[in-house]
Design a protein around this ligand. Structure first.
Ligand SMILES: [Mg+2]
Length: 234
Protein backbone atom coordinates (compact mmCIF):
# COMPACT_ATOMS: atom_id res chain seq x y z
CA UNK A 1 0.00 0.00 0.00
CA UNK A 2 1.45 3.29 -1.12
CA UNK A 3 0.25 6.84 -0.34
CA UNK A 4 0.59 10.17 -2.09
CA UNK A 5 0.11 13.30 0.04
CA UNK A 6 -0.52 16.67 -1.61
CA UNK A 7 0.09 20.19 -0.45
CA UNK A 8 -2.74 22.54 -1.51
CA UNK A 9 -1.75 26.16 -2.30
CA UNK A 10 0.71 26.39 -5.18
CA UNK A 11 0.55 22.62 -5.74
CA UNK A 12 -3.09 21.66 -6.45
CA UNK A 13 -4.56 25.15 -6.81
CA UNK A 14 -3.80 28.86 -6.82
CA UNK A 15 -6.54 30.85 -5.09
CA UNK A 16 -5.42 34.25 -6.38
CA UNK A 17 -4.67 35.36 -2.82
CA UNK A 18 -8.11 34.42 -1.40
CA UNK A 19 -6.54 32.94 1.73
CA UNK A 20 -4.51 36.07 2.45
CA UNK A 21 -7.58 38.23 1.82
CA UNK A 22 -9.58 36.21 4.37
CA UNK A 23 -6.64 36.51 6.82
CA UNK A 24 -6.64 40.29 6.37
CA UNK A 25 -10.42 40.57 6.79
CA UNK A 26 -10.35 38.42 9.91
CA UNK A 27 -7.60 40.55 11.50
CA UNK A 28 -9.50 43.73 10.60
CA UNK A 29 -12.82 42.65 12.05
CA UNK A 30 -11.55 40.71 15.10
CA UNK A 31 -8.50 42.73 16.17
CA UNK A 32 -8.93 46.10 14.47
CA UNK A 33 -5.70 45.58 12.49
CA UNK A 34 -6.42 47.12 9.11
CA UNK A 35 -3.20 46.57 7.25
CA UNK A 36 -1.26 43.35 7.67
CA UNK A 37 2.52 43.53 7.72
CA UNK A 38 4.13 41.99 4.66
CA UNK A 39 6.94 40.66 6.84
CA UNK A 40 5.24 37.39 7.71
CA UNK A 41 5.73 34.70 5.05
CA UNK A 42 2.66 32.60 4.19
CA UNK A 43 3.96 30.03 1.70
CA UNK A 44 4.38 26.51 3.01
CA UNK A 45 3.62 27.46 6.63
CA UNK A 46 0.76 26.45 8.92
CA UNK A 47 -2.18 28.81 9.38
CA UNK A 48 -1.56 28.71 13.16
CA UNK A 49 2.09 29.76 12.77
CA UNK A 50 1.17 32.59 10.36
CA UNK A 51 -1.68 33.86 12.57
CA UNK A 52 0.48 33.82 15.73
CA UNK A 53 3.33 35.66 13.94
CA UNK A 54 0.88 38.31 12.72
CA UNK A 55 -0.61 38.70 16.20
CA UNK A 56 2.83 39.22 17.74
CA UNK A 57 3.82 41.70 15.04
CA UNK A 58 0.64 43.74 15.42
CA UNK A 59 0.53 43.80 19.23
CA UNK A 60 -2.36 41.33 19.53
CA UNK A 61 -1.87 38.88 22.45
CA UNK A 62 -0.87 35.59 20.84
CA UNK A 63 -2.87 33.07 22.84
CA UNK A 64 -5.33 30.24 22.19
CA UNK A 65 -8.44 32.37 22.71
CA UNK A 66 -7.30 34.83 20.03
CA UNK A 67 -6.38 31.92 17.76
CA UNK A 68 -9.95 30.58 18.13
CA UNK A 69 -11.42 34.04 17.44
CA UNK A 70 -9.20 34.42 14.39
CA UNK A 71 -9.98 30.92 13.09
CA UNK A 72 -13.75 31.37 13.36
CA UNK A 73 -13.69 34.70 11.53
CA UNK A 74 -11.21 33.47 8.89
CA UNK A 75 -13.41 30.46 8.08
CA UNK A 76 -16.44 32.72 7.88
CA UNK A 77 -14.66 35.01 5.38
CA UNK A 78 -12.91 32.42 3.25
CA UNK A 79 -15.83 31.24 1.05
CA UNK A 80 -16.58 34.86 0.06
CA UNK A 81 -12.94 35.68 -0.63
CA UNK A 82 -12.60 32.57 -2.86
CA UNK A 83 -15.41 33.97 -5.02
CA UNK A 84 -13.86 37.43 -5.17
CA UNK A 85 -10.40 36.27 -6.29
CA UNK A 86 -9.61 34.60 -9.56
CA UNK A 87 -7.81 31.31 -9.02
CA UNK A 88 -7.33 28.03 -10.83
CA UNK A 89 -6.66 24.32 -10.57
CA UNK A 90 -3.00 24.03 -11.58
CA UNK A 91 -1.98 22.36 -14.87
CA UNK A 92 -2.10 18.57 -14.94
CA UNK A 93 -3.62 18.19 -11.46
CA UNK A 94 -6.97 16.66 -12.46
CA UNK A 95 -5.38 14.27 -14.98
CA UNK A 96 -2.79 13.17 -12.40
CA UNK A 97 -5.47 12.55 -9.75
CA UNK A 98 -7.50 10.53 -12.30
CA UNK A 99 -4.40 8.53 -13.16
CA UNK A 100 -3.52 7.88 -9.51
CA UNK A 101 -7.07 6.81 -8.72
CA UNK A 102 -6.98 4.32 -11.60
CA UNK A 103 -3.82 2.63 -10.26
CA UNK A 104 -3.95 -0.34 -7.92
CA UNK A 105 -3.66 0.95 -4.39
CA UNK A 106 -2.34 4.44 -3.87
CA UNK A 107 -4.08 6.33 -1.06
CA UNK A 108 -4.53 10.04 -1.76
CA UNK A 109 -4.31 12.45 1.16
CA UNK A 110 -3.40 16.01 2.10
CA UNK A 111 -0.39 17.44 3.89
CA UNK A 112 -1.06 21.13 4.29
CA UNK A 113 -0.63 24.11 6.57
CA UNK A 114 -4.28 25.02 6.01
CA UNK A 115 -6.69 24.44 8.88
CA UNK A 116 -8.87 21.49 7.89
CA UNK A 117 -12.08 23.43 7.35
CA UNK A 118 -10.18 26.05 5.33
CA UNK A 119 -8.60 23.30 3.20
CA UNK A 120 -12.09 21.89 2.59
CA UNK A 121 -13.48 25.31 1.60
CA UNK A 122 -10.65 25.85 -0.89
CA UNK A 123 -10.76 22.36 -2.40
CA UNK A 124 -14.58 22.26 -2.56
CA UNK A 125 -14.60 25.58 -4.39
CA UNK A 126 -12.29 24.06 -7.01
CA UNK A 127 -14.09 20.69 -7.09
CA UNK A 128 -11.28 18.65 -5.55
CA UNK A 129 -12.29 18.02 -1.93
CA UNK A 130 -13.82 14.58 -2.52
CA UNK A 131 -10.51 13.31 -3.86
CA UNK A 132 -8.82 13.52 -0.45
CA UNK A 133 -10.53 11.61 2.36
CA UNK A 134 -7.83 12.27 5.00
CA UNK A 135 -4.74 14.32 5.75
CA UNK A 136 -2.65 16.39 8.12
CA UNK A 137 -3.77 19.99 8.63
CA UNK A 138 -2.65 23.30 10.08
CA UNK A 139 -5.05 23.19 13.05
CA UNK A 140 -2.87 20.50 14.56
CA UNK A 141 0.44 22.29 15.03
CA UNK A 142 2.53 25.36 14.21
CA UNK A 143 5.18 23.04 12.88
CA UNK A 144 4.92 21.55 9.40
CA UNK A 145 6.97 18.48 10.43
CA UNK A 146 4.55 17.81 13.27
CA UNK A 147 1.67 18.09 10.79
CA UNK A 148 3.52 15.61 8.56
CA UNK A 149 3.74 13.17 11.50
CA UNK A 150 -0.04 13.49 12.00
CA UNK A 151 -0.63 13.02 8.26
CA UNK A 152 1.47 9.85 8.39
CA UNK A 153 -0.64 8.49 11.28
CA UNK A 154 -3.81 9.28 9.33
CA UNK A 155 -2.30 7.57 6.28
CA UNK A 156 -1.58 4.44 8.31
CA UNK A 157 -5.15 4.44 9.61
CA UNK A 158 -6.50 4.87 6.06
CA UNK A 159 -4.29 1.96 4.90
CA UNK A 160 -5.73 -0.22 7.69
CA UNK A 161 -9.26 0.77 6.74
CA UNK A 162 -8.55 -0.11 3.12
CA UNK A 163 -6.80 -3.43 3.78
CA UNK A 164 -7.84 -4.49 7.25
CA UNK A 165 -5.42 -4.72 10.16
CA UNK A 166 -3.76 -7.81 8.72
CA UNK A 167 -3.55 -6.50 5.17
CA UNK A 168 -0.58 -4.90 3.45
CA UNK A 169 1.05 -2.33 5.64
CA UNK A 170 2.04 1.06 4.31
CA UNK A 171 5.05 0.51 2.07
CA UNK A 172 5.86 4.12 1.24
CA UNK A 173 4.70 7.71 1.07
CA UNK A 174 5.25 10.42 -1.53
CA UNK A 175 4.77 14.12 -0.67
CA UNK A 176 4.15 16.69 -3.42
CA UNK A 177 4.57 20.39 -2.62
CA UNK A 178 5.76 23.75 -3.89
CA UNK A 179 7.96 25.05 -1.05
CA UNK A 180 11.11 24.20 0.85
CA UNK A 181 8.90 23.40 3.86
CA UNK A 182 7.14 20.65 1.89
CA UNK A 183 10.48 19.03 1.09
CA UNK A 184 11.68 19.32 4.70
CA UNK A 185 8.51 17.84 6.15
CA UNK A 186 8.51 15.02 3.55
CA UNK A 187 12.02 14.09 4.69
CA UNK A 188 10.96 14.23 8.34
CA UNK A 189 8.56 11.30 7.78
CA UNK A 190 10.86 9.39 5.42
CA UNK A 191 8.72 10.20 2.37
CA UNK A 192 9.80 10.69 -1.24
CA UNK A 193 9.84 14.47 -1.82
CA UNK A 194 8.45 15.80 -5.10
CA UNK A 195 8.69 19.56 -5.65
CA UNK A 196 6.77 21.64 -8.20
CA UNK A 197 7.57 25.21 -9.23
CA UNK A 198 3.90 26.22 -9.58
CA UNK A 199 4.02 28.22 -6.33
CA UNK A 200 6.07 31.32 -5.62
CA UNK A 201 9.29 29.68 -4.48
CA UNK A 202 12.17 30.34 -6.90
CA UNK A 203 13.34 27.15 -8.61
CA UNK A 204 16.92 27.57 -7.28
CA UNK A 205 15.65 27.44 -3.66
CA UNK A 206 13.87 24.16 -4.34
CA UNK A 207 16.90 22.72 -6.17
CA UNK A 208 19.07 23.59 -3.15
CA UNK A 209 16.90 21.31 -0.97
CA UNK A 210 17.63 18.39 -3.28
CA UNK A 211 14.11 16.95 -3.77
CA UNK A 212 13.81 13.46 -5.27
CA UNK A 213 12.18 15.07 -8.29
CA UNK A 214 11.57 18.67 -9.35
CA UNK A 215 8.86 19.43 -11.93
CA UNK A 216 7.85 22.71 -13.56
CA UNK A 217 4.24 21.62 -13.11
CA UNK A 218 2.21 18.41 -13.03
CA UNK A 219 1.17 18.46 -16.69
CA UNK A 220 3.74 15.81 -17.56
CA UNK A 221 3.80 13.62 -14.49
CA UNK A 222 5.55 10.68 -16.20
CA UNK A 223 8.73 10.88 -14.05
CA UNK A 224 6.60 11.08 -10.90
CA UNK A 225 4.58 8.03 -11.95
CA UNK A 226 7.80 6.16 -12.71
CA UNK A 227 9.03 6.76 -9.15
CA UNK A 228 5.64 5.69 -7.87
CA UNK A 229 5.59 2.47 -9.93
CA UNK A 230 9.15 1.63 -8.81
CA UNK A 231 8.22 2.21 -5.15
CA UNK A 232 5.00 0.20 -5.44
CA UNK A 233 6.88 -2.73 -6.95
CA UNK A 234 9.31 -2.89 -4.04
MG1 LIG B 1 2.02 25.31 -0.93
Amino acid sequence: MYAVLFDIDGTLIQTGGAGQLAFAEAFASEFDVHELSGKVPFAGRSDRAIAFDLMRLHGVPAHEENWRRFRTRYLERLPGSLKRRQGLVLPGVVALLDELESLDHPLLGLLTGNVEEGARHKLSYYGLSERFPFGGFGDQSDDRCQIAATALNETQRAAERRCGLNGDSLSGVMVIGDTVHDITCARSIGAVAIAVTTGNTPKAELVAENPDLLLDDLSDATPLLEILHDSMRR
